[in-house]
Design a binder for this molecule. Sequence first.
Ligand SMILES: Nc1ncnc2c1ncn2[C@@H]1O[C@H](COP(=O)(O)OP(=O)(O)OP(=O)(O)O)[C@@H](O)[C@H]1O
Ligand SMILES: [Mg+2]
Length: 345
Amino acid sequence: MTVSLEQLRRCHIAVDLGAARTRVYVKGVGLVVDEPSVAAVNMRTGSLIAVGALAEQMTGRTPAYIRVARPVSGGTVVDIDMAQRMLRHLLGEKLRRQLRRKPRLRAAACTPHDADPLAQRATVETLVGLGARRVELVDTLIAAALGCGLPVEQPTATMIMVCGAATTQIAVLSLGSIVTAVRVPIGGEAIDNAVIQHLRQHHQLVLPSQSVRPLQLALRGNGLTLNGPATTEIHGRDVVTGLARSVEVDTAAVRQAIHAPLTAVLDGLGKVLRDCPPDLVADIAESGIMMVGGSALLPGFDQMLREATGVPVNIAERPDVCSVLGLGAMLDGTVQPLSLAPVAG
Ligand SMILES: Nc1ncnc2c1ncn2[C@@H]1O[C@H](COP(=O)(O)OP(=O)(O)OP(=O)(O)O)[C@@H](O)[C@H]1O
Ligand SMILES: [Mg+2]
């Protein structure tokens, strides 16, 4: 499926439905929604109790009749009805009223590289349910590359790595199109799970999902590969007694646990480079790899890639919102016309 820049300029809103966060950009206005893709539902009445950050705070803290749902999983909308209800609430009444005034609402959405037709259909249906008459799909890799200002339209290679929550997408782009790309089903969630599993196995500690980030931050500054403070204190619940307990965790061992999922990402990176024509590999050795996506902020991830590949690695200025900002720039017409149309799927 291809979509021209001209068609994208006619769109009114750009949506990035991610496994972790939902972002919405309104043409001429900017980023209006950047919230967790979470909705809390009252199972007795079927009503929505909360969405976004508020619903995420409820995770693991709700009574049985409240279900915390994640309508997007693995980069795909898995519950169209819930995704529509979540988006409606995230947009708010005022913005929805403004959008309703558009006689033929057009929407653009990011779609993961190589998304199958069913996944694409789910994204389109979600937005059609919100009133969009037409939905244009753009490959996340193209949107993210534009969002972080990579010169994708040039006849030199640029390499981008979109590190999301559910997937990592890696591509070499040249002349406005994808030359080679892979999508690895490993992202921030798998890294968090590796940390949770490590603490459960080696310290018999159940870590609340919200506590994974502080542990990652304890590794900050030391990187995944360098030596830092030997231990850090972590609070959790004892697997056996169920009581609150804190343990001194060996940071080197946590780094080791994180390495396992990251190896799969390195494999994907190697595959893209191996499939890439030699001239373009020479360009990348000079220009390096641009990291975007929320997981690009994982402490030391860039350093690990630098050591594994030997090429410069940079993190985009606002890595988490690059994709939606790139899509938004296409709507606003502030990007150079691409020599070739962006490709979706
Ligand atoms: N400072 C940080 N350090 C480590 N990880 C982080 C940080 N900030 C965000 N993340 C991770 O980034 C992920 C979210 O990234 P992003 O918002 O790009 O995902 P997404 O677009 O919702 O997912 P996907 O594109 O895979 O559907 C989460 O897994 C989160 O744990
Ligand atoms: Mg994403």
